[in-house]
Design a binder for this molecule. Structure first.
Ligand SMILES: [Fe+2]
Length: 137
């Protein structure tokens, strides 16, 4: 499986949200690196940690969208909710390794996060740029 690394092309605010995205990428990359060598219990713990961090990040991003009166907050929130529920459903298993193909999970997590940042999160910052410079396209 290819390495998962954050790319500067995914940068959206040069600040806190980028840092949180980097952290999410590194948590998923770590999971990819260690998933077949750690115990089942550690695997569950790692996925739970990722799930908690995802929730923290999403609420931070949603608060930011509220603070700038982002008009597509509700649509964006639904995407967050679906992803949170997916990760939560993994955590609901007492033995993740026994039930789930972790490689499939990893490839889903990687593509979801990359697409979400590059297609959805970026729109928040395009909206802000348009607010600041309404005559630029
Ligand atoms: Fe988002």
């Amino acid at each position: 499986m290819s390495m998962f690394v954050w790319s500067s092309k995914w940068s959206i605010d040069n600040g806190e949200i980028d840092r949180q995205h980097m952290k999410l990428v590194s948590l998923i990359a770590e999971l990819q690196n260690i998933h077949d060598t750690i115990s089942g219990e550690e695997l569950n713990e790692t996925v739970r940690f990722l799930s908690d961090y995802v929730r923290i990040h999403f609420s931070c991003e949603e608060n930011f969208m509220i603070s700038v009166k982002y008009p597509y907050l509700e649509e964006h929130r639904i995407l967050h909710k679906e992803f949170s529920e997916y990760i939560q459903s993994l955590c609901d298993n007492e033995n993740i390794r026994g039930i789930i193909d972790i490689r499939e999970v990893l490839s889903f997590l990687k593509s979801w996060l990359k697409d979400h940042i590059c297609r959805e999160d970026i729109k928040i910052f395009q909206f802000l740029k348009n607010q600041e410079n309404p005559h630029e396209t």
